[in-house]
Design a protein around this ligand. Structure first.
Ligand code: HEM
Length: 286
């Protein structure tokens, strides 16, 4: 798998969210052990629960898409602006809050409260290589935690799985990402799980789905809504949906995207033609 090429795209995409003044050496004086502590604690959590690699990555994405990367996703219902976890379609779906809390405690035990939660999340999210493979990237640090959240912005800014290409694109463009960024970032769906309620409409009602795959999904997902399926189905090349690789892009080409919003990236017409070509090229990088 050419994770290096994919990782370059991912690194560039996520780096774009970073602001000036941030630095990879931000904690070198105030907490020299910060990175090591965060990475070790995150790795322990992922070793105990491999899906946690996916869950932390998704939490980082949700954090950065609402008010910028500021840890607002971690605030609870008593915060000003509400609880972003309560946004449309997101209730009970984000995971890993207790992991970030534990890492924060581990870091505070050596340095006190100098390391922000947003930096902890930004370092923990890509720190999965040892367990699930795929890219990792150096993170510029020094972000500040927000004291307010915005459930309104979470509802407006976070893409939902029922969108078409135009809606998805609008969501990413509003954050400064282009089509290539959007497709590459969607490749994060090479790991992790989705709940039945978020994809059931697809294998019962849509035609652009591989029939064997649809039959398999129906077995586990006529109900209940919270049953899970891997976002990235097994392939002959790498029969392991827990591994971070480019199978997601290969699967889309045989109509095996789990979410509607995944599959439309390949099957769309007009503006979506470009996304099809991007998927083909990312799917070739083995
Ligand atoms: C393109 C727009 C996107 C949509 C509509 C979307 C939607 C979703 C949905 C519905 C789920 C399943 C949630 C559940 O059923 O509980 C999910 C899971 C996930 N998403 Fe996305 N997503 C998008 C983009 C992204 C991006 C940009 C990333 C990261 C860079 C990402 C990372 C993940 C991961 C890793 C999971 C699995 C989480 C787990 O297993 O805990 N997604 N996404």
């Amino acid at each position: 798998m050419a994770s290096s090429s994919l990782s370059v795209v991912l690194i560039l995409c996520l780096a774009a969210a970073a602001l000036a003044q941030l630095s990879t050496t931000f904690y070198n004086k105030s907490c020299p052990l910060a990175l090591e502590k965060i990475q070790n604690s995150a790795a322990t959590a992922v070793k105990n629960d491999r899906r946690m690699a996916a869950s932390l990555l998704r939490m980082h994405f949700h954090d950065c898409f609402v008010q910028g990367c500021d840890a607002s996703v971690l605030l609870n219902e008593t915060s000003v602006g509400g609880n972003e976890r309560g946004a449309f379609g997101k209730v009970g779906s984000l995971r890993g809050f207790e992991v970030i809390e534990q890492i924060k405690k581990d870091v505070e035990a050596v340095c006190g409260p100098v390391v922000s939660c947003v930096d902890i999340l930004a370092v923990a999210a890509p720190n999965n290589r040892a367990c699930v493979g795929g890219p990792s990237w150096e993170v510029k640090l020094g972000r500040r935690d927000s004291t307010t959240a915005s459930v309104t912005q979470a509802n407006q800014n976070l893409p939902v799985p029922f969108l078409g290409v135009a809606g998805l694109n609008a969501s990413f463009v509003s954050k400064g990402f282009n089509l290539t960024d959007m497709v590459a970032l969607s490749g994060a769906h090479t790991i992790g799980r989705a709940q039945c309620q978020n994809f059931r409409g697809r294998h019962y009602n849509e035609s652009n789905i591989n029939t064997t795959y649809a039959t398999k999904l129906k077995l586990n997902c006529p109900s209940p809504a919270t049953n899970l399926a891997p976002l990235d189905d097994d392939t002959a090349v790498a029969p392991n949906p827990e591994l971070f690789n480019n199978d997601y892009f290969i699967n889309l080409q045989s109509k095996k995207g789990l979410l509607h919003s995944d599959q439309v990236l390949y099957n769309a017409t007009a503006a979506g033609c470009a996304t099809k070509d991007i998927i083909k090229s990312l799917g070739r990088l083995l």
